[in-house]
Design a protein around this ligand. Structure first.
Ligand SMILES: *Cc1c(COP(=O)(O)O)cnc(C)c1O
Length: 447
C-alpha cells in the first residue's frame, strides 16, 4: 500500500523541539495551504493559528500585499552576496528601521534568524570593549528566566532550564540575575503598582560584576518562552540608568516583542528607553522568511571603524544576510502596519479580548492569572488558585489541552501549563471568539 504523507514525514524528518516518540500518538499535521489566521491540512481540516506559527506570522498567512511584493522581487533579484554588494530593498528597509527604532539605534547589521542576531549582538559588545580600552569586560548579564535562542551563545544567556542544562559544559559563564516574577511576587506587590523592588537583584549583581561585564541582555517587558511573563516597563528605565552608571551596554532582544506585539512598535517604547543594541526577527518579515537584524548605536559602530590593518572590523557573516526577498517582505509589513493603522486597531481588539477572556475563563478554579500585553494574552493554569500552586509538571496538562484543542481545530501551543494567544495583529473578533470558546472547551475536557 502507498505510504501516507504523515508516514513519509516520519520516515525521514526530525522535527524541532519535539520528542519524536510523541508523534506515535499525535502524527504531524501536514498543512496544505493557509489564509489569514487559518491553516488547512491535507485532509481538509482547518486550524485557527492563535500562536502566529511560533509568534512570527504578524499579519496573517498568505497576506496578499506581502505575497505580491515577494513575487515581484523574485523576478529581479532573489539573492546576492551582501559583503560589498547591496540592493534597494535592504537600503530602504534600513532607512525605515532607522525611522522607527529608539533614538540610540543608528546602524543595522543583517543576519538570517533570531539566534544569529543575538550571537552577533553578544560578539559586538564583547569586541566593542576590547577595542575601547576595557578588554576586561568579557562577560554578560541576563535575566534568570530569559530566552534568546538555541545556539550556544544565545542559550548561555538564557534560562538554565531543563532544556539548557544538558549543554551547560559547552556554555559561557554568564551572570544570571533573578528575573521579576510578578504573578508570584516575593515582595507581595503587583505589577501595576510596585516600584520594582526585585530590581535589587540587578543592583547587587552590577555592584559585584559590572567591571567584568560587557552587556546585559533582556527581553523587554515580556519574557515570552518563560511562559509569557510580563513585568513593568519601569524595570527597564532602572536598568538603563544602571547600565549607564556602570558602563555596561544594554541589549533589548525584541525578536518576540517587536512590531506591535506589545501594543507599541517596540517594547522599548513602552518604557521610553533606548537600548544600545536591539535584535529583531520573527514579525520583521511578517513571519514569511528567515531574517533578522542586529541594530546598534553609532557609538558601537564607530568603535569598529578604522583602517583595515588595525583589525577592528566585525568579521561576522551569514550566507543569507540581507536577503532581498526577506527585505521586501519586511517593507511590505511596514507599509501594511502604517496604512492599515494596524496598531491602533489591534489595541481596540486587545481591550475587547481581555474582557471576553476574563468572562469566559476568569473564574475557572484552575486559572491562576490571565495576563496580557498588546494582543498577547496568557492563562496560567494552577492546581490551586489561592495558593498559586503549579500543576504537577509530570501530568503534562498543557500538552493534554493542546491535543484536545487540535482535535477541535485550534492551534493553541502552550508553554508548559501556560496557555496563550499571540495571534496575527489583524485577527478578527469573530475568530478570537471562536478561539476562546474552543480553549474553554478543551480546558473543561482535561481539567
Ligand atoms: C524566537 C526568539 C529567539 C530566537 O530566534 P530564532 O529565529 O528561533 O533563532 C530569540 N529571542 C527571542 C526573544 C525569541 O522569542
Amino acid at each position: 500500500m502507498e505510504k501516507t504523507l504523515e508516514e513519509r514525514d516520519l520516515a525521514f524528518i526530525w522535527h524541532p523541539c519535539s520528542q519524536m516518540k510523541d508523534y506515535e500518538t499525535l502524527p504531524p499535521i501536514v498543512v496544505d495551504h493557509a489564509k489569514g489566521a487559518w491553516l488547512y491540512d491535507i485532509h481538509g481540516k482547518k486550524y485557527l493559528d492563535i500562536v502566529s506559527s511560533w509568534w512570527a506570522n504578524l499579519l496573517g498567512h498568505c497576506n496578499p500585499k506581502i505575497n505580491e511584493r515577494i513575487k515581484a522581487q523574485l523576478d529581479s533579484l532573489e539573492h546576492v552576496i551582501f559583503a560589498n554588494f547591496s540592493h534597494r530593498p535592504a537600503i530602504e528597509l534600513a532607512e525605515r528601521l532607522a525611522a522607527i527604532t529608539p533614538e540610540r539605534i543608528e546602524k543595522f547589521h543583517f543576519n538570517d534568524n533570531g539566534s544569529s542576531a543575538v550571537e552577533a549582538a553578544l560578539k559586538m559588545c564583547f569586541q566593542y570593549y576590547h577595542q575601547t580600552g576595557k578588554p576586561e569586560k568579557t562577560r554578560f548579564m541576563c535575566l534568570s528566566e530569559g530566552y534568546h535562542g538555541e545556539t550556544i551563545g544565545a542559550l548561555s544567556v538564557g534560562s538554565m532550564d531543563l532544556f539548557a542544562k544538558m549543554y551547560q559544559p559547552m556554555m559561557m559563564d554568564n551572570i544570571h540575575i533573578e528575573a521579576p516574577d510578578c504573578y508570584r511576587c516575593p515582595y507581595g506587590k503587583n505589577r501595576e503598582a510596585c516600584d520594582c523592588e526585585c530590581f535589587e537583584h540587578a543592583e547587587k549583581a552590577f555592584a559585584v560584576h559590572a567591571k567584568e561585564t560587557a552587556a546585559m541582555i533582556v527581553e523587554p517587558v515580556l519574557q515570552g518562552s518563560a511562559g509569557m511573563r510580563i513585568y513593568p516597563p519601569k524595570y527597564l528605565k532602572k536598568l538603563r540608568s544602571l547600565c549607564d552608571a556602570y558602563d555596561v551596554l544594554l541589549i533589548f532582544d525584541e525578536i518576540a516583542t517587536g512590531f506591535g506585539r506589545t501594543g507599541r512598535m517596540f517594547a522599548a517604547d513602552l518604557a521610553g528607553v533606548s537600548p544600545d543594541v536591539m535584535t529583531l526577527s520573527k514579525g520583521l518579515t511578517g513571519g514569511y522568511l528567515p531574517m533578522s537584524v542586529t541594530c546598534v548605536s553609532q557609538k558601537i559602530y564607530d568603535a569598529f571603524y578604522a583602517d583595515y590593518g588595525e583589525g577592528r572590523a566585525f568579521l561576522h557573516s551569514h550566507t543569507f544576510a540581507g536577503n532581498p526577498l526577506g527585505c521586501v517582505a519586511a517593507l511590505a509589513v511596514q507599509d501594511i502596519l502604517a496604512e492599515g493603522h494596524i496598531l491602533e486597531r489591534s489595541a481596540e481588539t486587545a481591550k475587547w479580548l481581555t474582557r471576553a477572556l476574563q468572562e469566559a475563563v476568569g473564574s475557572h478554579p484552575n486559572v491562576g492569572e490571565i495576563r496580557h500585553i498588546g494582543l498577547i494574552h496568557a492563562i496560567e493554569l494552577v492546581e490551586d488558585r489561592a495558593a498559586k500552586k503549579p500543576l504537577e509538571a509530570k501530568k503534562r496538562t498543557g500538552y493534554a489541552i493542546y491535543k484536545r484543542a487540535l482535535s477541535h481545530g485550534l492551534l493553541l501551543r502552550p508553554l508548559g501549563d501556560v496557555l496563550y494567544f499571540n495571534p496575527p495583529l489583524n485577527i478578527t473578533r469573530e475568530e478570537l471568539s471562536e478561539a476562546i470558546e474552543l480553549t474553554r472547551l478543551s480546558m473543561d475536557e482535561v481539567l
